[in-house]
Design a protein around this ligand. Sequence first.
Ligand SMILES: [Zn+2]
Length: 158
Amino acid sequence: MKKRLYNPHLAKIHRSYTIEEAASLYGVFKGTVRAWIKAGLPVINDKRPMLILGSDLVAFHQARRKKNKQKCKPDELYCVRCRTPRKPAGKMVDYQIITDKIGNLIAICPDCESIMNKRISLLKLEQLTGKITITLPQALQHLIDNHQHSVNSDLKQE
Ligand SMILES: [Zn+2]
């Protein structure tokens, strides 16, 4: 089951909506609208009933659509159980060699403790060093160290 995405343009930008109105507009339960608020949908707090600006509803759903299309960030892996990209628990991943150029990152989801996997090219692996701790097969560690040394010396020459 994937997270449902809603047409951002259901809401009118120049209107404001109560939770009830927003729910019927998108054809969802009020609890769903409350979950959106928890997830960052802004509300006008000083009024009762609580009001949501139409423009905020549009922006919120547009952002969600974008986010859904987005792949994992370099230091994230997709957790199948959580159905979302997660940063590895303890910022630690293992790298498993598949071919000379491609490998598999293995990490544990910090939320549900499932094993997460991600295909990654050896080149991209270098972008991760410093952000997360990567346990590499010994041979590979030397290779990457050497490469980084040459990059550093290139920089010094400038
Ligand atoms: Zn998870």
